[in-house]
Ligand binder design. Structure first.
Ligand code: NAD
Length: 485
């Protein structure tokens, strides 16, 4: 029997159809982009009402594709989707309404900054959060007035299509949202189909290809890529909470979470007690597919090969398995490892599975140095009862975001700009920054007084140059000038 049974077939969208979809989207965008924010917000609110009412139908489809527990699907897909629909419907107007910043120097002019939709946005998504990772950027792009084309992962296409179903029922005008289906070929076709922005979420290897293609076409893009997030546990951490956070951070979504805890650095003084609690909590986890359980199967069986390769390498180099360590059909047991080093791929490459390697460290400095010793920089967590100490550590981490005494929840905090550093990504999504990323901020400079001419216009004369020199001396050479400029 196969590890994961197929649940259906999809028709792949040919490249020529992808181009046609972009053309249809461009036609539809003009009217959608011209609507008032309140009109666009009404569609989001209607979608929220439908999602609340019909959540079981959505959960059912997502669970069939991912094997996740009902609770986890509700928590990581439906809950943040409802929040995203509400937050951007409520705040888009405030973030994107015309701004009139005062002019600090050119006081004879006025400045108006207007946020214009980019046009057609292509959104390419992975399989590990197949509904929310398609819905959240879609909501932002739509509220900014764009049309959207989503290319969901070929592993979980039906969950991506749910986004289209939701907006269709909510009354979104035809072709403002479309889905194209297929694998990397369809994704590449979308990148090259004349879209105005690509919002990509996926692996570093594919992100690099997408970034290169966007560079060639001069299409702006955001790249939300993989990670190897570190957890730092200080000697004054609340042991119970930190151990619970490690287990949740490591095994949430069976470890298939971009901001999952993939490495743990624990202060020497509490190492043994911390590890004992983590092992106890890990052993209590229930794996399954039916009824109440905590950890589901691997969504994409190919990921099991990566896990097995990392585990074999770690064990060959001296790592000790304290619990778990076995593959069981489409599952991998939640696993705790110690005696791991940065010579092992399990500490340097993204594993994306339920493996928690724990390292003993002598000080905060060593923990920070080891956490930063990575090609990745997506997120990370710090655990200490001393907030100032934890913030000081957070500031020194080379990551896109940090959570303190909490596992990585930044993506779920709408207000927080989210994005990776180093190889974990380019650009930021979410919140005000993310919403503006779906717009062109267009400055319009307006003359205020309507004089017949400007001092710097032709003809250039020695007299005009002397006056300009006087202005320079006054503006940047006197206290009043410096204060005013
Ligand atoms: P992937 O890179 O294999 O695929 C992602 C998407 O890109 C899929 O839809 C795929 O069909 C498409 N694609 C493949 N080749 C393409 C090409 N040449 N041009 C355009 N599109 C192409 O990633 P995956 O295995 O689906 O997802 C897992 C990865 O995603 C992990 O590395 C994980 O860390 C990362 N991820 C990152 C975030 C984040 O916010 N930073 C969130 C979730 C997942």
């Amino acid at each position: 029997m196969a590890i994961v049974e197929p649940i259906g077939e999809i028709a792949v969208t040919p490249a020529v159809e992808v181009k046609a979809a972009v053309a249809r989207a461009r036609m539809a965008q003009a009217a959608w982009g011209a609507l008032k924010f309140a009109d666009r917000a009404r569609v989001m609110e209607k979608a929220r009402t439908i999602l609340m009412r019909e959540q079981e139908r959505f959960i059912e489809v997502i669970r069939r594709e991912t094997g996740r527990s009902h609770f986890e699907t509700l928590m990581m897909e439906i809950f943040p989707a409802l929040d995203s629909l509400t937050y951007y419907a409520k705040h888009a107007e405030k973030f994107l309404t015309d701004k009139r910043p005062g002019m600090h120097l050119l006081r004879t002019k006025k400045l108006l900054v207007t946020y214009k939709p980019l046009g057609v946005v292509g959104i390419i998504t992975p399989w590990n959060g197949p509904f929310i990772l398609a819905l959240n950027p879609t909501v932002q792009a739509l509220m900014a007035g764009n049309a959207v084309i989503v290319k969901p992962s070929e592993v979980t296409p039906l969950s991506g299509e749910l986004v289209g179903e939701l907006f269709r029922e909510a009354g979104l005008p035809e072709n403002v949202f479309q889905c194209v289906l297929g694998d990397g070929e369809t994704g590449a076709a979308l990148v090259g189909a004349g879209v105005d922005k690509i919002s990509f979420t996926g692996s570093v290897a594919t992100g690099r290809k997408v970034g290169e293609a966007c560079g060639r076409a001069l299409v702006p893009c955001t790249l939300e890529l993989g990670g190897k997030d570190a957890m730092i546990v200080c000697d004054d951490a609340d042991l119970e909470r930190a151990a619970g956070g490690a287990v949740f951070g490591g095994f949430f979504n069976a470890g298939q979470f971009c901001c999952g805890t993939e490495r743990v650095y624990v202060h020497d003084a509490i190492f043994d007690a911390f590890v004992a609690r983590v092992v106890e909590k890990t052993r209590a986890l229930r794996q399954g597919t039916e009824g109440e359980y905590d950890v589901g199967r691997m969504i994409w069986p190919r990921q099991l090969d990566v896990i097995e390769r990392h585990m074999a390498d770690a064990i060959a180099k001296g790592a000790r398995v304290l619990c778990g360590g076995n593959r069981n059909g489409g599952f991998y047991e939640p696993t705790v490892l110690v005696d791991v080093t940065h010579e092992m791929s399990i500490m340097t490459e993204e594993t994306f599975g339920p493996i928690l390697p724990i390292v003993r460290v002598a000080s905060d400095d060593v923990a920070i140095e080891m956490a930063n010793d990575s090609i990745y920089g997506l997120s990370g967590t710090v655990w200490s009862k001393d907030e100032a100490r934890a913030i000081a550590i957070a500031r020194r981490l080379e990551t896109g975001s940090v959570c303190i005494n909490e596992s990585s929840i930044t993506y779920g905090a709408c207000e927080a700009p989210f994005g990776g550093r180093k190889q974990s990504g380019v650009g930021q999504v979410n919140g005000e920054v993310g919403l503006r990323g779906y717009c062109h901020a267009m400055p319009i400079v307006i003359d205020r007084f309507g004089t017949k001419e400007e001092h710097v216009w032709y003809p250039y004369t020695a007299d005009k140059e002397r006056t300009l020199q006087k202005v320079i001396r006054w503006v940047w050479g006197t206290p009043l000038g410096k204060w005013m400029s």
